[in-house]
Structures are given as structure tokens and as C-alpha cells.
Write a protein that binds this ligand. Structure first.
Ligand code: ATP
Length: 253
């Protein structure tokens, strides 16, 4: 394997006594764009939170760039699920993006004009320049999502985790977000994305991680995005989506 940027061994996590992740092993190569797929409640968000120590893991050994989380965290970017963010926090879009720069600015220092400029440029890149001074709570869901992508961009991380960045966004925003992810990949960054729409997996991701409490399958999309693996991960009631999905796979060849 090429340069491994994420190495997960035997990870497990629970909520109270309910184990929701168990025996999770996988490795991710640098410069890949991975879709994490699985049914509701499969543990996708918990996986990301456990990796980033936002949720305690029961056991496991996780290495980022060959190091532990504390040493690597400045190189890691995270776009949380929209529903998990407190949008009433009184701050405007530009401030949210500027927060992505605090690793570089230092927490107790004020951002310089140069920092504000890069934050503004990232907002502009996501088509949000006109909303820079708008309160975050007064933006639509898709606009909030664009702001969070802009924050991830200025952070200039090497490894990104994004929890459903395409949830509830319109076609134009989806296109803008996917173009951004491809650009990150072309710069050698590594991106893992929780993704729900099976129809677009082959088009968007070079790798897929099928998750349902454990890793059901992980590898190159062209090799493993098959009806068998979809069925194995989602259970037997996904026949319709499987057929639709195969249509998408076929038409992209
Ligand atoms: N805060 C919590 N307290 C208790 N149980 C939780 C909590 N958060 C998640 N769970 C449970 O853990 C399991 C995994 O949830 P998780 O949110 O990781 O799944 P997911 O794959 O991201 O789901 P979805 O596709 O619906 O977003 C589910 O059974 C869920 O009910």
C-alpha cells in the first residue's frame, strides 16, 4: 500500500451498554476520496467522532500519519453533521470560517487582516462572499453547509472527515461541494465522507467503506461497489436501490 494516513485497528465504541461499533479495522491511503456508506444507525457518525476523540472508544489503536491523535490533530479537518451544530451561537459566517484558522493564529490572538482575507476568499470560493457578515443562524441549511466547507478549506488540513456534507443541499451546492472535495484530493489531501445516496457513490468516490457496526467491506469503488456488498451491508430490502445503482455503475463505464 502507498502512504497510509489513517490506520484503525480493533476500534469499538458504545453508548451506555449498547455497542455500536466493534472490531473496526481499516487503512486509508493518502490522496484518496472515500465514501462511508451504511444504513441509518450503522455507526458512521460514531466512527468519525470516535476517531476524533469526540466520543470515547472502548478500545482500539488509531494512528494518523503514523502518530496519535493529539500530535496529528492540527493536520485534521472535520465538517460535522449540520444537525449537531448549535446554530444559535451568535457569530457571522466570516467568523465561523476564521475559526478554521485558529491552529495557525493561536487561540488567544486576534486574527490579522491577512487571516480575515483568506477566510473571505474561502467563503467567496464557496459562493458565499455576499453572506460574510450574516449571522450563521440566519443562513439556509445549504448555505451553512457551504460556510463549513469554507472553514475546512482555510484550515488547510491533510486529512478531512465530513459527516454528510451533501445532506439537504440543492444540486448547485452539491456540485460545488464535490468540486471542492476533488480539488482537495488533487492536492494530495485525503478525504472521508459519510454519504447516503448510493446512486452517486461510483461517480463521487474512488474508495468505499461499507459500515454496519463493523467494516463490511472496504476498497476501491470499482472493485467492491457491488449489489452483493450493498445487500450485505443494508440487509435484504435494498433490491430496488441495488438495481438502480447497478445502472449507474454500468453507465459510467
Ligand atoms: N448520543 C447517543 N446516545 C445513545 N445512542 C446513540 C447516540 N448517538 C447515536 N446513538 C446510537 O448509536 C448507533 C449509531 O449511531 P450513528 O449516529 O453513529 O449512526 P449513523 O450511521 O451515523 O446513522 P445515520 O445514517 O442515521 O446518520 C445508533 O443505533 C444510534 O441510535
Amino acid at each position: 500500500m502507498n502512504n497510509i494516513v489513517l490506520d484503525v485497528k480493533d476500534l469499538a465504541a458504545s453508548y451506555q451498554k449498547n455497542t455500536v461499533l466493534d472490531n473496526v479495522h481499516f487503512k486509508v491511503e493518502q490522496g484518496t476520496l472515500t465514501g462511508i456508506v451504511g444504513p441509518n444507525g450503522a455507526g458512521k457518525s460514531t466512527l468519525i467522532k470516535s476517531l476524533l476523540q469526540l466520543h470515547p472508544s472502548l478500545k482500539g489503536d488509531v494512528k494518523f500519519f503514523g502518530e496519535g491523535f493529539q500530535k496529528a490533530k492540527k493536520r485534521i479537518g472535520y465538517v460535522p453533521q449540520r444537525g449537531s451544530v448549535d446554530w444559535d451561537f451568535p457569530t457571522d459566517a466570516l467568523d465561523v470560517v476564521t475559526m478554521g484558522l485558529y491552529g495557525k493564529i493561536g487561540w488567544l490572538k486576534r486574527p490579522s487582516r491577512h487571516h480575515k482575507k483568506s477566510a473571505y476568499e474561502a467563503l467567496a470560493k464557496m459562493g458565499m462572499a455576499d453572506y460574510a457578515n450574516r449571522q450563521i443562524s440566519q443562513l439556509s441549511g445549504g448555505q451553512q453547509q457551504r460556510v463549513f466547507l469554507a472553514r475546512a478549506l482555510v484550515q488547510d488540513a491533510d486529512l478531512y472527515f465530513m459527516d454528510e456534507p451533501l445532506a439537504g443541499v440543492d444540486a448547485a451546492t452539491e456540485k460545488a461541494i464535490m468540486a471542492t472535495l476533488k480539488e482537495l484530493k488533487s492536492k494530495g489531501k485525503t478525504v472521508l465522507v459519510v454519504h447516503h445516496d448510493l446512486q452517486t457513490v461510483s461517480k463521487y468516490y474512488d474508495h468505499v467503506l461499507f459500515l454496519n457496526k463493523t467494516v463490511m467491506e472496504h476498497g476501491k469503488t470499482e472493485d467492491i461497489f457491488t449489489p452483493e456488498n450493498i445487500s450485505k451491508t443494508y440487509g435484504g430490502n435494498m433490491i430496488f436501490i441495488e438495481e438502480e445503482n447497478m445502472h449507474v455503475v454500468d453507465s459510467s463505464q
